[in-house]
Design a protein. Structure first.
Ligand code: SAM
Length: 264
């Protein structure tokens, strides 16, 4: 399997397929279940707000929205997309099955991703209410994109920091007409949240880290484990028992707006 520039195995090709079957097939192999661990934290933040709009950064096929909207677990989604029934369906058949699953909710989900096919699928399946295809690492949002993104009350992500940095996250906190959304990001220990926390601090946000490690997925090989444990050490951490035991781990960072702005 090829590695990306950070030393992780690259799953890039499954992020751009016309439907989620290759994504769930590949990620099942490495026991990817971070969205399942993130779900109760996101649910708490959602339920603390009245009819919130949630922006999922790097949402792919709308995984976090699907877990919430369909009352599903990651195991349910793995069975749903990699089982025999799914193998016999075409894209339209898969979508028809998914539309029947997604329940209407008082919560609106917006997805942001660079992968147009994944976003299109998530919209058509009814997981996302709106989708924005943009690369805010490199570009400002268009006025139309900005107007959609500015509706967010809450910004969340799983498995996306590293692909996106403070360039994307600070833009989302500082959109014209924006609602100064609270944020919850699950970040692999090989990546630092400090540049994001620092940029958000200049916009009047404060960040706290949640105690504990979250098992994101298993390492795909001994070589990947070795490379990523080096990256964890380079980021200032000693590998934990879980990491030595074969699990790639993330930490949860919560950033919320305060009354102060620009005083850092
Ligand atoms: C590891 S997947 C995570 C998908 C999903 N959040 C989950 O946890 O199942 C990373 C996602 O980040 C997206 N991505 C990569 N670069 C991005 C960028 N510059 N802006 C937004 N999304 C990006 C990829 O297309 C992919 O869908």
């Amino acid at each position: 399997m090829p590695f990306d520039s950070t030393g992780k195995v690259s799953f890039d090709e499954v992020y751009t397929a016309p439907d989620p079957r290759p994504f769930f097939t590949a990620l099942r192999e490495v026991d990817y279940h971070l969205p399942q661990l993130a779900k109760p934290y996101f649910a708490k933040l959602i339920e603390e707000r009245a009819n919130p709009t949630v922006l999922d950064v790097g949402c792919s096929y709308g995984v976090n929205a699907a877990l919430y909207r369909c009352d599903a677990t990651m195991d349910d989604l793995y069975a749903h997309y990699t089982g025999e029934e799914a193998a016999d369906l075409d894209r339209a058949g898969l979508l028809a099955r998914d539309r029947a699953l997604a329940k209407s909710h008082d919560v609106r989900f917006i997805g942001l991703d660079v992968a147009a096919p994944a976003l299109a699928y998530a919209r058509e399946a009814g997981f996302l209410d709106e989708a924005v295809r943009a690369d805010l690492e490199n570009d400002d949002p268009t006025p139309e994109q900005s107007a959609v993104l500015a509706q967010a009350d809450l910004v969340v992500s799983t498995g996306c920091i590293g692909y996106v940095s403070e360039r994307t996250i600070a833009r989302l906190a500082d959109l014209p007409g924006g609602r100064r959304p609270s944020m919850a990001h699950f970040v692999l220990r090989m990546f630092s949240y400090t540049p994001i926390a620092d940029s958000l601090a200049t916009l009047g946000y404060e960040t706290v880290g949640v105690e504990g490690l979250f098992k994101q997925r298993r390492f795909a090989s001994a070589q990947e484990q070795e490379q990523l444990l080096d990256a964890v050490r380079a980021n200032g951490f000693e590998p934990s028992e879980q990491e030595l035991d074969g699990w790639l781990c993330a930490q949860l960072h919560l950033s919320r707006p305060t009354d102060r702005r620009g005083h850092q």
